[in-house]
Design a protein. Sequence first.
Length: 672
Amino acid sequence: MRNLKRALSLTLASVMLLGMMVLGTSAAGYPDVDENDNVEAIEVLQAVGAMSGSNSGNFNPDSLVSRVEMAIVMANLMKLDVNYFAGQNSFSDVPAWASSYVEACAANGIISGVGGGRFGTGNVTATQAALMMLKALGYFQYNEDFNGDWARATAQQAAQIRLFEGLNVQNNTQLTRNQVAQLALNALEANMVNFNGDVGTTIPTANGTMNIGHRTSYEFRTSTESKYNTLGSDGDKSDISNQGQYYIQLGEELYDGKLTRRADTDEFQRPATTWRYDYQLVGTYVNDPDLTYTKGVDLGDIYADLGLSEKIGTDGEHYVDGKQVADVTLARKDDTTTSGSSKGVLTQVWYDDYIRNGVRTRNLVITHINTYVGKVASVSKATSSADRTITVTPYTGQGVPTVSPLNAKFETENFEAKDLITYTAAWNSSSKKYDIQTVEPLTESTTGTLTAWNGKTYGTDTGKSENNFTVAGTKYEYNANAVVVDEDAAQLSGVWSFKVNESEVNVYLDKYGYAIYVAGVEGEKNYATVIGVGGNNPYGDQTTGVTLLLPDGTKKTVTAKVKSGSTLSTQSGGAAQLVSDAIGDLVSYKIKDDNVHELTVLDNYNTASGSIGSHAKFTNGKSLLQLGSDNYYTNSETIFMVCTDDGSDKVYNVYIGYNNMPSFDAAGITGF
């Protein structure tokens, strides 16, 4: 292998080969492979050393595969001794760096050329690749097996053993890396065969030779060795002489029983398959469901879609976010919405009906996976003993389903503090908590004016009502766990408060097209510091005599009110009043139609409360600003509003940037 690597480094053409060979350890979970690709096949093929990613770290699932590259896959899949064929090359069009792989496959009867001393270097077709897999399984060991039409015979045999399962291809379809991986996995799970027909006799004729008496027939290979039950189950036993013989599958033969496949469930309790190779976990992969819904669905519809007209004879299994629903009967009912299904909730259904050892088994599994909205509260950097993690703060209090208690930590290299995200979580029966399973960025879909709104609440939709709203000409329906916030990101408590034809909103969608996060558009904000409050001003009412210090250094006395839910630093008396201790509060404000300034408190620091006292400190030209026990870091655009008080008069100054802000150490200075 070292000599091969050295040869590869000398030719630019080797780049084509790297993605087909395992020249090092390549981790599963490629950035360019998503759930729509054959993830299970890709990761199993990587584990056994048949395929891996390129040097860039990608798998390139959509790249076409040449015949030469397909030979490399087959040689790696079957663990052929390519070193034995080093330096040999029977084909004029095969590059030297790939010749040993092609020669190894040719010597083992897996491939042949296209005639004229050429192998054929075009892209491999579905029929050509299938023939290579079929020969590995034991089919077509004689040319006469094709009955004069190799393509037709190959296609028929491949279809009979379901070799193309999971592939949407035709005979001449050029295969991608993604499709080759799936085709190879199908072959590894297929039964091997022996030829048990008649070879026939070849006789000379005037035009050459002909074969007489050839009869093509195959029988499955069997063995009583337990290693031949690693990819199957009891249902794959042969009944030959009642000796408990197992059918031999290609993956069992090639890897000596070290490649195993077992029925399992994933974290959401969905039926799944777990693969291991050489005692190491490859991964757990969800089986294809029989039915999938992303809205509320009746039990009667599920039964109808399954083609069932009667109760299955068992209550089946029913899970919401991985936790079993114990009190729900899964009998056929036409008008009962499945508990847990709703808009934006992934509902999946599996139904098995089989007879084994004379006993009929019928089982129904229904699972629901919610998508929730959260925010990244903090990030923990990677250390020598732990990977990077984020801590998620869920949006709660909507009157909608939540997962609690939640293990809020999630291992990921992505996301930063304050990022809005969506996440899924599954019940962990050991820790008695929900563990986060996936985290995805919350991506904006539409910004526009709200033009229509039906319904008064959100987050309580069972999936059958018509609660919806229209923005920029598009009608949206709520995800069952939708979050709605106003323009200041204050969470609403389940009642829509935006105004039709007035409010501007941002709409964020889940992956199924439902609105999961709706936010009022933040208008232009003005900022100021409260430096004066009039006499006896009732909290929340319009007042005169609120004086603001503006960022340009000017002072402005306004009629003001405090926005509902925004609290000034000190309120006294049963009626809650604005008093002089509100001085020093940093606010944003909006000027309403009646010229009233609506104040929103952003932060407060005042000496009377002792929150800063003598602990305010700043050094000119340095970014650090210490206020109380908190440290802040400023920059060249930071606006400093400073009041100096010599006991007889207050002087207000505004400075922009830490290079212009003078040093202070609290003595005789009140800082805002």
